[in-house]
Structure formats: structure tokens, C-alpha cells
Design a protein around this ligand. Structure first.
Ligand code: SAM
Length: 273
């Protein structure tokens, strides 16, 4: 590690908790299992703890780091390899597909906790360009992503991710692996975007509207929570019992409901023409 990096004071506003436990770093790299012909992208390399290992095992590694003090140090820390490109940029605004000129990307990141959910949605919008993601998140967020219906952690995030990806929680990491240690446990999850699942959602905007409404009042029945989207009769005609609550509805049923409502909306529009 070079001296300038050692002197870096972690910035809270960028969610900087740097990994220092070599066992954990190796475990993440083993889970990713990078191959010599693959193109990887790392979000938030920080002091290059994971970067240094990834770059040795792949064809090309692009890294996206928002901190303009850290970004210039990443390449030096890795020994300036030819297959590393550093982007001093905001991953939330980054066009990942612009990098996918010769095949899909494998995305890796110990994600800044303060932006992890919007970042996941930003990545999923570009899922066509992504082969898989290995991300470290708050353990509680990984539990929400993976939760089945009926579980207390099941919510909008579970449905939004499970309808687009295969979800595989991998392992948990305690605060001691980081500098400074966060107050919470972290976990690594593998997400594999599934083109068939994504294509099954006919109207993504309507689907999102259904999820937002259904889970914004999760203690209420769907009859009440979805009032602005569909009335009870329409819900019933789409095969949904309006007396149930959102947390009781399986992931696939949300897709069928939104698709059914999309068909009805289209029919209504056609009839009005
Ligand atoms: N990968 C390093 C590690 O495991 O030690 C650092 C992880 S630290 C939790 C998160 C990193 O993401 C920091 O380096 C931080 O500066 C960077 N970061 C925060 N917000 C970002 C953003 N919007 N775009 C790109 N990088 C960001």
C-alpha cells in the first residue's frame, strides 16, 4: 500500500469503510471467480483492496470511484497494469452499457451503504449489459432482497430484484473486517440478471407503480393500498384477493397482476379510441 493511500481519512459522505481483512477480501474474489477472458467493473475501489486481486485475474477491469483524492491512487496501488481503467465518476450516473462493447460485464462492489439501493436500481436498468453482480451490502438489505413472501423482510426491494434476477446470498461479514468498523453486519450477495424474467414484465412503469402503492401501506389490504391503481373488482378479475396484504403476495403474482392491469389499460385505451 502506498503512503498517500495510508494517509487517506475515510469520508463518511462517500460511505467509506475500507476492507482490511485479507481473508474476507480473498473470499470475495473467490466468490467472483474472475476468468482471464472476462471484463469486470468494480464500483468504489477505495484503497484498491479488492481491485489489486481482481485486476490480475481478468482481461480488463474498469473501476468507478467518486472520491477525487482516491481515484488517482488506484492505478499506482495496483502497479499501473495495462488492463485497468480508472473512472473518477459517480456510479449512480455512470453509463455501464458504454463499457460493454465486447460482451456483458461482471460487476463487483463493496457498495457505499448510503446509496446501495438506488445504485442497484440503476444497475438493473442496465441489466442487458450485465452478466452478474457480486455486491456487499448491509446484511439487513441482503435479507430484504432475498426474502420470500410472508417473511417480515419481504417488501418492494425483494419483489423488484427477484423479478429481474436470480438471488444468491453468499456470506456475512462482521464490522471488524473494515476501517472504520461500521455499526452493522454486512453480507455479500450474487445477483444474476435473467432476461426472461425481465421480459415477462410487460409494462415496467406500471409494475413499479403497483409495487410502490402496494408496499407504501403494507399493513393495509390491497383493496385500500392499490385504490389509485385498480378497484377491488379489477383486482379480483386479475386473480388477486383484495383482502390480502402486499406481504402475502408472491413475486410471480405481482408480475401477473401488473401484466393483467396493463392489458386492461390497453383495452380501455383502444375502446376509447
Ligand atoms: N472497495 C473498497 C473496499 O472494499 O475497501 C472501498 C469500499 S467503500 C465501502 C465504498 C467506496 O465507494 C469508497 O471508495 C467510496 O469513495 C466509493 N463511492 C461512494 N459513492 C460512490 C459513487 N456514487 N460512485 C462511485 N464510487 C463511490
Amino acid at each position: 500500500m502506498i503512503k498517500a493511500t495510508m494517509a487517506h481519512t475515510p469520508r463518511k459522505r462517500f460511505g467509506q469503510n475500507f476492507l482490511h481483512d485479507q481473508g474476507v477480501i480473498q473470499r470475495i474474489v473467490t466468490a467472483v471467480n474472475p476468468q482471464a477472458d472476462q471484463h469486470l467493473v468494480e464500483i468504489g475501489p477505495g484503497e484498491a483492496a479488492i481491485t489489486r486481486l481482481l485486476v490480475k485475474e481478468c482481461r480488463h477491469l474498469d473501476v468507478i470511484e467518486i472520491d477525487r483524492d482516491l481515484a488517482p491512487l488506484v492505478a499506482d496501488t495496483c502497479g499501473n497494469p495495462d488492463n485497468l481503467t480508472v473512472h473518477n465518476a459517480d456510479a449512480l450516473k455512470f453509463d455501464f452499457c458504454s463499457l460493454a462493447t465486447s460482451g456483458k460485464l461482471r460487476v463487483v462492489g463493496n457498495l457505499p451503504y448510503n446509496i446501495s439501493t438506488p445504485l442497484l436500481f440503476h444497475l438493473l436498468e442496465q441489466a442487458d449489459c450485465v452478466a452478474d453482480l457480486h455486491v456487499m451490502l448491509q446484511k439487513e438489505v441482503v435479507e430484504r432482497i432475498a426474502a420470500p413472501h410472508g417473511n417480515k423482510s419481504y417488501g418492494r426491494l425483494s419483489v423488484a430484484i427477484q423479478t429481474r434476477c436470480r438471488v444468491q446470498p453468499l456470506f456475512t461479514i462482521g464490522p471488524g473486517a473494515f476501517r472504520p468498523p461500521p455499526k452493522i453486519d454486512s453480507a455479500v450477495v450474487r445477483l444474476v440478471p435473467d432476461a426472461d424474467k425481465i421480459a415477462a414484465i410487460k409494462d415496467p412503469v406500471l409494475f413499479n407503480r403497483v409495487l410502490v402503492s402496494a408496499f407504501s401501506m403494507r399493513r393495509k389490504t390491497l383493496r385500500n393500498a392499490l385504490k389509485k391503481v385498480a378497484d377491488a373488482t379489477t383486482l379480483e378479475s386479475c386473480g388477486i384477493d383484495p383482502s390480502l396484504r402486499a406481504e402475502q403476495i408472491p413475486v410471480e403474482a405481482f408480475v401477473s397482476l401488473a401484466n393483467c392491469l396493463a392489458t386492461k389499460t390497453n383495452t380501455d385505451t383502444t375502446e376509447n379510441e
